[in-house]
Design a protein around this ligand. Structure first.
Ligand code: NA7
Length: 572
């Protein structure tokens, strides 16, 4: 069997014409890395992007499973930096699917001539800062060691897939893959006995899509998730023309909203309106596209147990109405957490799938999985035989990709050790002890809890403006202070205190039963919950004050030069 986590063939790095020293090395050619190299190229900074995958696209290169698509409105997901790009791209669906998303990212890279800066099939194994030379030494899987002054990590927040730790993993003789490693060639599932393990955002997308295309589908659900309809639709030429006219307005709305979406919270108090008024809002939102049901709801849903319970019960009733077998319906209703305290998966025909005779739900809460076998899976109750097993079992989220690289900062300090029990950053973009290292969309940044590209553009713009400042002043070394890092981390931690989310077993709180040390009870403060406007305000203020939380060149007085400036959250 192919190892589901190592499905890509070993192809040597493409190194023709590449040198071994750069001013900046960017790791990762996903949505973040593509924009980051664009900004660096525009400034004439000599830089390269090292990408482990066989091509660019990150999330949209890897996740090719059926049903993979945006939960963000497509026109709020695309880059906002180029009017020309906005004017020429036609998003075909309100929530665009993976093939189209990958085409879009390729179009961006080709349009702006970015491919020439990228090296594919280049997995970075180690990045080591050398204090004496003030350089980063970056070791690539083909044995090369590259050097750079500035290291920029755009590694992706969900790029290290994880599998269950079951007895017999690897013994299945049929086809088996993690959704992240879905094969690039079509998988024939017609008439096949298929298992899907996991009912997070990914599992829910896959199940809704394949239920009527396979022979038999068995869903292994450990805990149900609250989920609501995506309500996707095609975008006609007329509607796209209107969207193009409104882009300024759309991005302004995203910049105003906590989540970086068009959806803004209902500012009325939950208890100030009647039950009928609340239900009227929920009925409206349930039928509308996208995350409105989560993000355009009353704000108390996120912070007040009673309000959250009332709304959760509303959604539970919706599930009961859609699933014919009441016993199955009850199994699909979460009991251990309220709506929206974990990432809400958006679904298409998900609940209706369970009304089909070929779809079976196995409640792992009652009968846990015990092993993978040569022919399928075994629970405490019985053995199941399959042709295909799909593991939709999630990711070593947010810090996994950082842990995977041996990152060594000043004085031999390893990032994995610094972050072993609790993580700390400065604005989610720098780490004390790791000079000349930037993370435009790092842990504790605004990106992790918002519409990713909106947060990514903000982060890339801030980091690039910062680098411009460094270069204009003639600095060669920067490092966030320990005190500033502590202040930021305390602020991020404090934000969790008011959120019901802090109690959830989800990747927002750093939970993953498949990663040693990340099991339940080990909450890690990984995402910034203060909302995009507050985040942008704070990072802009840090820039306007002249980056006083950062020590340059070991504290030397700067020569006079450029003035710091604020990063625009929208189009540059
Ligand atoms: P998630 O949201 O982490 O979901 C993973 C699912 O897999 C979830 O239902 C887990 O159950 C289940 N799981 C994980 N490990 C096991 C084992 N060992 N046995 C049985 N079931 C297991 O990942 P997704 O890929 O769905 O979504 C990640 C993000 O990608 C998503 O939020 C989007 O932003 C895109 P559990 O709930 O832990 O009991």
């Amino acid at each position: 069997m192919v190892d589901p986590l190592e499905a890509s063939p070993a192809i040597p790095c493409q190194t023709a014409g590449m040198t071994s020293h750069y001013e900046a090395i960017v790791i990762g050619a996903g949505v973040g890395g593509i924009y980051q190299i664009k900004r660096l190229a525009d400034l004439g900074i000599e830089a390269t992007v090292l990408e482990a995958g066989g091509d660019l696209g990150g999330t949209w290169y890897w996740n090719r499973y059926p049903g993979a698509r945006f939960d963000s409105e497509s026109y709020t997901y695309g880059y906002s930096f180029s009017r020309e790009l906005l004017d020429e791209w036609h998003w075909k669906e309100t929530f665009s699917g993976q093939p189209e998303n990958l085409r879009y990212l390729n179009h961006v890279a080709d349009k702006f001539g970015l491919r020439k800066y990228m090296q594919f099939n280049c997995r970075v194994d180690q990045a080591r800062y050398d204090e004496a030379q003030n350089l980063w030494f970056v070791t690539v899987s083909d044995g090369r060691t590259l050097t750079c002054r500035f290291l920029i990590l755009t590694l992706g927040l969900l790029s290290i897939p994880t599998l269950p730790r079951l007895d017999g993993m690897g013994s299945f003789k049929g086809r088996s893959f993690h959704t992240f490693h879905w094969p690039h060639e079509p998988v024939d599932m017609k008439g096949k006995r298929v298992a899907v393990v996991g009912t997070g955002a990914t599992g829910i997308q896959v199940i809704g899509e394949i239920a009527d295309k396979v022979g038999d589908l068995t869903v292994f659900q450990r805990r149900p998730n609250w989920s609501a309809p995506l309500n996707n639709s095609a975008i006609s030429a007329e509607r796209m023309a209107d969207i193009r006219k409104r882009y300024d307005e759309i991005f302004a709305a995203c910049a105003r909203s906590p989540g970086g979406f068009e959806h803004e919270p209902d500012r009325r108090g939950f208890y100030e309106v009647t039950r009928e008024e609340r239900v009227a809002l929920w009925d409206k939102l349930y039928d509308e596209p996208g995350f409105g049901i989560w993000l355009a709801n009353f704000r108390e849903i996120f912070t007040d147990e009673k309000a959250n319970a009332e709304f959760s019960e509303y959604i539970a009733d919706r599930i009961r109405k859609r699933v014919k077998d009441p016993k199955v319906a009850e199994k699909l209703i979460p009991r251990d957490h309220g709506f929206g305290v974990q990432r809400v998966p958006m679904e298409t025909r998900y609940f209706e799938a369970y009304n089909q005779p070929n779809v079976h739900l196995v409640d792992l809460g009652e009968t846990p999985l015990v092993r993978e076998t040569a022919t399928g899976l075994e629970t405490t109750e019985r053995k199941y035989d399959f042709d295909i097993i799909v593991y939709a079992t999630g990711f070593d989220a947010i810090t996994g990709a950082f842990d995977k690289i041996d990152i060594e900062g000043a004085g031999g300090l390893k990032l994995a050790d610094k972050w072993r029990t609790t993580i700390s950053t400065y604005l989610g973009m720098m780490v004390h002890g790791f000079p000349n290292m930037l993370m435009p969309a790092g842990p504790q940044s605004g990106s992790a809890s918002t519409n990713y590209p909106r947060g990514i553009e903000t982060g890339v713009n801030w980091c690039t403006d910062f680098l411009e400042h460094v270069l204009a002043k003639g600095y060669t070394r920067f490092e966030a202070t320990e005190a500033a890092e502590k202040r930021w981390t305390d602020h991020v931690t404090g934000m969790y205190a008011m959120m019901l989310m802090r109690k959830a077993k989800s990747w927002f709180t750093g939970y993953n039963s498949n990663v040693p040390g990340h099991e339940q009870g080990t909450i890690r403060y990984l995402v910034y919950n203060g909302g995009a406007p507050k985040y942008v305000g704070i990072i802009n203020s840090a820039a306007m004050k002249g980056y006083t939380d950062v020590v340059f060149d070991g504290g030397k007085i700067p020569p006079s030069g450029s003035q710091p400036r604020a990063t625009s959250p929208s189009r540059a």
